[in-house]
Design a protein around this ligand. Structure first.
Ligand code: SF4
Ligand code: SF4
Length: 127
């Protein structure tokens, strides 16, 4: 099953690249700890968020970077990249066994995020 394309507007994250691209090789989506389970998109979070403090932090995130996506030029062609998406929000209609997300694309957002709980999977849909 193909990974969903990921559109992300969380420009405070080390993995964020202009064009609303996520350059992480893999992202993990969780329920927010307080909520325990998600009944709305605000209860979800991208656990792979890492706050960018300096511009150099972008380079620091290279250990979890989608080098293949960069090399094949998907990024340069303006296509959305497809990091591997593992998701633990089993209350979502798109969630499938083995923590697979079956949506064809997802959108991650979180204005001025400082920690993962400030981010949401906007594509969440309650089962
Ligand atoms: S918040 Fe998540 S989806 Fe967005 S750039 Fe960071 S790791 Fe990628
Ligand atoms: S759409 Fe649903 S299953 Fe897919 S990453 Fe978001 S919360 Fe998880």
């Amino acid at each position: 099953m193909a990974n969903p394309t990921v559109k992300c507007t969380v420009d405070q994250c080390t993995h964020y690249m202009p064009g609303d691209q996520c350059m992480a090789a893999k992202i993990s989506v969780y329920n927010n700890e307080q909520a325990g389970y998600s009944s709305e998109d605000g209860d979800t979070q991208c656990k792979s968020f890492h706050q960018r403090k300096t511009v150099g932090d972008m380079v620091g995130a290279v250990h979890n970077s989608n080098i293949g996506g960069m090399i094949t030029g998907a990024f340069m062609d303006g296509k959305q990249l497809t990091p591997e998406v593992e998701c633990f929000v089993n209350h979502c209609a798109y969630w499938h066994q083995n923590n697979v997300c079956q949506a064809s694309s997802i959108e991650v957002a979180g204005y001025n995020a400082a920690n993962p709980q400030d981010t949401d999977c906007k594509t969440f849909k309650e089962k």
